[in-house]
Design a protein around this ligand. Structure first.
Ligand code: NI
Length: 267
């Protein structure tokens, strides 16, 4: 009888870190989390890497579940003994189920000193995306100008991608759109003090929007502060529907179509 309880919504979580979930905190296991996601209508999940070494763990997950996809990336805040070259990243990205390069980008908030290494790393990752013809998953924090400038300089518009967990202003959103990128909103959009982000979401066309959990982080209201999981992406969709005064079904359907267009149409 379980299927009769299943949500009729078609949702997608465009950015989750299933390999980082702490099972004792969630009091369940991977099967439980994926079952909960299915019950809530989640059609696709993209499990995003923050370290190159994550890829094998992520592929173990994605190989077991047809509706979970992988990305290969190195987060701007992560240290590494050796910077991978573009061709190495592109080679890893040729694995089945890898649909994107990232997360990558710039984070000046949690970094200090001369950040040229971060910019060089970002350029290398854009080159890898162009080589592998796979879209970019961009993380940017307190670095909006440099992020846009490097994307332009490296002709990232030829490959496209998404600004994940968007927390920037309207001007940045417009520039991202001009480069052919999507904007993805996380649980932050449900937070009381997120006025600027909510205003951006109101103005953006639904055809440019993705939704995500970024789990285990950033659980949306009403689970704020708890461990996040993909099924909670429904709260992001609900809030977006409320903000844009649209039916929830439409927000769910369109953001899933956007997911398919960006990540799955090149498979
Ligand atoms: Ni993330």
């Amino acid at each position: 009888m379980k299927s009769s309880l299943k949500s009729s919504l078609k949702l997608s979580d465009s950015h989750c870190h299933l390999h980082m979930l702490e099972w004792d905190k969630l009091e369940t296991n991977l099967e439980g989390v994926i079952e909960a996601a299915e019950q809530n209508g989640i059609q696709h999940m993209l499990c995003v890497g923050t370290l190159i070494e994550d890829l094998s763990t992520i592929l173990e997950i994605t190989n077991r579940y047809p509706h979970i996809y992988a990305s290969v990336g190195l987060h701007p805040n992560e240290a590494t003994e050796r910077e991978p070259e573009a061709k190495e990243i592109a080679a890893l990205a040729s694995a089945a189920k890898v649909v994107a390069i990232g997360e990558t980008g710039l984070d000046y908030y949690r970094s200090e000193g001369d950040l040229k290494w971060q910019q060089d790393r970002f350029r290398t990752h854009i080159e890898a995306a162009r080589m592998s013809q796979k879209p970019l998953i961009i993380h940017t924090r307190q670095a909006r100008q440099d992020t846009i400038q490097i994307l332009k300089e490296c002709r990232a518009s030829e490959i496209g991608g998404v600004f994940h967990c968007f927390t920037e202003d309207w001007e940045t959103a417009k520039q991202a759109l001009d480069l052919g990128f999507y904007i993805s909103f996380s649980g932050i959009i449900t937070f009381k003090n997120a006025h600027e982000i909510q205003e951006v979401a109101k103005k953006l066309p639904l055809s440019s929007i993705l939704i995500e959990t970024d789990c285990p982080y950033l659980a949306p209201v009403p689970h704020r502060g708890k461990t996040n999981q993909p099924s909670y992406v429904k709260y992001v969709a609900e809030y977006l529907a409320h903000l844009k005064n649209l039916p929830l079904e439409e927000v769910a359907h369109q953001t899933t179509q956007n997911f398919e267009k960006l990540f799955l149409s090149r498979l």
